[in-house]
Design a protein around this ligand. Structure first.
Ligand SMILES: *Cc1c(COP(=O)(O)O)cnc(C)c1O
Length: 416
């Protein structure tokens, strides 16, 4: 997060004091750097600029309209997993024909809508889904362009909850069944086979699982060719890990360079990627205020106003996220080992375990790397309105890209 730094004893994002943002917009508050998002997207794009490609940003990582609009303007396509995400990208100004539709449970209504607006491709995750898409396309007098999401059965070496490419996961079509399902797809009147895809997991910090998956895909593409089924695009999914603490990560350039080699023999094939986390994670932070400190039975708690309802990654995946005090720490400060906990009535409501901090009531803290799977996973549990989201633009500017929810928002649609 190179846009965060201390200046005159205070934490700044670009040239904006975090404390000023907290004062102006309140806490908890999500803040994103638009420059960082652009930089990450361009890293992928530049790595692919000599190749027929499409980068389909995975909307679920951060689905704010402003983020989507910025990426659409940079030429991004989008990977969606619901009609809600489809409506978001259309609202944000995206071209439907740059949208790929993943997800294991696509409903009839979702498929109808996607066919009507003319998405680029359905990433089909099961044989029954294929038949459903064919039936709907026939009824609407359309041809559905599809890819089969293959489960390459490789170990992504990441947290089990974010690993998706093993045989026992619910995602994709088993590698062993793939050829058979492609043959069936070919026989369907309103299906056009365009591609093959896989997505093996998230927060991958090693190259080898990507290369293993690519090898499996290459073998299958060759087998398909021998069966007179020609693949026009290969979609390697997302999953590139980011640095939360001290992880050694792979750059988009490294990943793309190695994968391009694997697919070099297919001269005209289009390469697709579906990055989510690595575009937005380190573009974002969550500002929170210490409501109380509590010291008892040898435990020290910094009780803050943001909880697992705002940022669930630590509770859900045991994720480690950096916490920075807004007041610059001095070496003379007396510190204690704190658990940074939220207001939610759950023992799992912990944002950070065992952090060496010097904090007092009303201090501000920043949770780093909160741009991906932060707000997009937020809920109203315990009836907390969801936080506002603010975009930093250039060094000095910032604007609200989603207002803090009101109490009326909490019960919208409910009745007495
Ligand atoms: C979640 C997801 C992605 C994005 O994963 P990241 O780890 O955020 O890059 C891409 N493709 C599919 C199918 C996904 O489910």
């Amino acid at each position: 997060m190179d846009f965060l730094h201390y200046q005159n004893g205070q934490l700044f994002a670009n040239q904006v004091a975090i404390s000023d943002l907290a004062e102006q917009y309140g806490t908890p508050l999500y803040v994103y750097s638009s420059d960082y998002i652009t930089k990450q997207f361009l890293a992928y794009q530049q790595a692919l600029n000599d190749t027929n490609h499409l980068i389909c940003y995975a909307v679920k990582a951060n689905s704010n309209l402003s983020v989507l609009n910025q990426l659409a303007n940079l030429g991004a396509g989008f990977d969606i997993v619901s009609q809600g995400e489809l409506e978001r990208v259309l609202k944000a100004g995206a071209d439907a024909n740059k949208v790929v539709f993943s997800g294991v449970a696509k409903s009839i209504v979702e498929i109808e809508r996607a066919l009507t607006v003319g998405i680029k491709c359905f990433n089909v995750e099961s044989e029954p889904e294929l038949y459903r898409i064919n039936d709907i396309a026939k009824r609407l007098n359309k041809v559905a362009t599809i890819s089969l999401r293959i489960n390459p059965d490789v170990d992504a070496k990441t947290h089990p909850y974010i690993s998706t490419g093993l045989r026992e996961n619910k995602f994709g079509i088993s590698y062993q069944l793939a050829l058979d399902v492609y043959r069936k797809a070919k026989s369907l009147s309103n299906i056009k086979i365009a591609g093959i895809d896989c997505h093996i997991g998230s927060q991958l910090t090693e190259l080898s699982p990507f290369l293993d998956a690519a090898d499996r895909i290459v073998a299958l593409v060759d087998e398909l060719k021998a069966n007179d089924i020609n693949i026009e695009h290969i979609d390697l999914g997302g999953g590139l890990g980011v640095c939360y603490n001290d992880e050694k990560t792979i750059s988009p350039l490294q990943l793309v360079t190695e994968l391009k080699k694997k697919f070099a023999k297919y001269a005209n094939v289009e390469l697709l990627f579906e990055p989510g986390r690595c575009i937005v994670a380190n573009a974002g932070l969550l500002i929170t205020k210490v409501e109380y400190t509590k010291h008892q039975d040898g435990n020290h708690f910094a009780i803050v106003d943001a909880g697992m309802n705002d940022l669930i990654r630590p509770a859900l995946y045991d994720a480690w996220m950096r916490v920075l005090p807004v007041k610059e720490p001095k070496s003379s400060d007396e510190t204690l080992i704190y658990n940074v906990v939220g207001p939610i009535c759950e023992s799992s409501d912990v944002l950070a375990h065992q952090r060496d901090l010097s904090v007092q009531q009303d201090d501000l803290l920043v949770v780093c790397s909160a741009g991906a799977y932060g707000f997009s996973m937020a809920s109203n549990y315990n009836s907390h309105p969801r936080p506002a989201e603010v975009m930093l633009i250039g060094e000095q500017q910032h604007k609200v890209i989603r207002q803090r929810e009101s109490f009326d928002d909490l019960w919208r649609g409910e009745s007495l």
